[in-house]
Design a protein around this ligand. Structure first.
Ligand code: SAM
Length: 270
């Protein structure tokens, strides 16, 4: 499993280069992209096999046969560390099942690279990969994760990042870190509330993004209190909702009354 750069070719490690030059076959997500990397290290003309999301099931057993015949295979993805939201899991599973030695050749990954420069509290963190494409599903995912104190590390595409930030602006006051185009010419690191980031972000945004929602239990509690009060306010006046809410959440009723008033309560249903 050979990690490759997430932008800057200088980040390819010496061990990755040696490994790529030694193996008989390089299995690549996109053979053309890997060709550029191999040209960079002066290793054109080696045997390449295509292994991507749509052919993993058929390509993996073929590679296992080659391994069993004594060849060695390096797996690379388009960028970063294989299997981190990249293909290769099927091949890895089969290799383990066939008692074939698996060797990690570590290197860049957008997840760890973003965490390494994130100024917001982000330990422990939950890595969630790409958010759901549909807005409703994405809101549900975010709602679930925001109920937990862990920071949330996610990948996002340029055409969805604004929508995601708009949703987050409605859902949380936790701060967010955005790492755009890391290790590349237009690398940009930003932090702030979702609304602040929306104001900073170009329209339309360009490039690849990693987002990190800061960790925060107090914020999470605030969110839970809001959920409870939202339900109670449908049936009760703010004062009654605050009294009952205080018993449910185990907090001061004055705090919940103030929260209720900030939520712009409508008169309770008759
Ligand atoms: N396996 C890769 C890794 O370990 O970094 C991640 C692959 S995933 C298919 C690609 C996503 O990672 C992009 O859509 C983007 O969200 C993020 N990403 C990759 N390179 C990046 C970079 N240079 N700057 C910011 N985000 C990046």
């Amino acid at each position: 499993m050979v990690a490759t750069p997430i932008g800057h070719l200088g980040d390819l490690s010496q061990r990755s280069i040696t490994t790529l030059k030694q193996v008989q076959i390089i299995a690549a997500e996109d053979t053309r992209r890997t060709g550029v990397l191999l040209a960079h290290i002066g290793h054109e003309g080696c045997e390449l096999a295509s292994l991507h999301d749509h052919n993993e099931d058929s390509a993996s057993p073929r590679l296992i046969s080659r391994l069993q015949a004594g060849d060695s295979v390096a797996l690379v993805s388009d960028a970063g560390t294989p299997l981190i939201n990249d293909p290769g899991y099927r091949l890895l599973q089969l290799a383990w099942q066939s008692s074939i030695k698996v060797v990690p050749i570590p290197g860049p990954s957008a997840v760890i690279t973003a965490l390494s420069v994130c100024p917001l509290p982000s330990q422990p963190f939950r890595y969630v990969g790409f958010l759901a494409a549909k807005a409703v599903a994405r809101r549900q995912q975010l709602q679930t994760w925001l109920q937990h104190p862990e920071a949330v590390v996610f990948f996002e595409s340029p055409h969805r990042i604004r929508h995601t930030l708009e949703q987050l602006a409605e859902m949380t006051s936790r701060r967010i870190f955005l790492a755009r185009e890391m290790t590349k010419q237009y690398e940009t690191l930003m932090q702030g509330s979702a609304a602040e980031l929306l104001a900073q972000l170009a329209t339309p945004p360009k490039g690849e993004f990693v987002g990190i929602i800061e960790s925060g239990e107090e914020m999470t509690q605030q969110f839970q209190h809001q959920q409870v009060m939202q339900i109670l306010l449908q049936e009760l006046s703010p004062a009654k909702a605050a009294r009952l809410g205080a018993q449910i959440c185990g907090v001061n009723k004055k705090e919940l009354y103030e929260l209720a008033m900030s939520m712009n309560p409508q008169p309770p249903k008759k």
